[in-house]
Design a protein around this ligand. Sequence first.
Ligand SMILES: [Zn+2]
Length: 159
Amino acid sequence: MSLKEITKEVFTRYGLTEEEIIARIRAGVDIKEILDDNVFMQKVSESVKSQIRDLTEYRIRSIVSFEIGTAEMNAWLKQFKSMGLTQKRWVHYGSDIPCDVCQANIDVGYVPLDYKFEGVFGPIEAPLAHPHGHCGIVYNEEELKKLIRDGKFKVWTGE
Ligand SMILES: [Zn+2]
């Protein structure tokens, strides 16, 4: 199967996208070709990113309390860790302007997964910093690409 066919297959059948890609990378077939293809690598990263973004927005909409929001964000942290990622970054969603507490968290940029952000109730590893917060957590895209290149990316299957 050619790289073009693989790409088409994995991106038209969305569900197993990363697994199929990783399976092929692990199989050692076309590794050089895959890694030399920047468009392909970009698509892998975009796919993972949009999957996380979509779920995050869906979940943010369903958040009815500060506690649930915090639990969701900590679940994302666990997911990052299970994927082999080591860095996180605080981000703000929505059109409103972040408050001073959240802005300070945004300003530190990428930090280790166990880094403690500021929260109104004390140090926290993930949003929310306060009730009715509109913030989330993202991974480092460059780190993800490096994991994939190094064959260390682990597919998270939802457990
Ligand atoms: Zn805030």
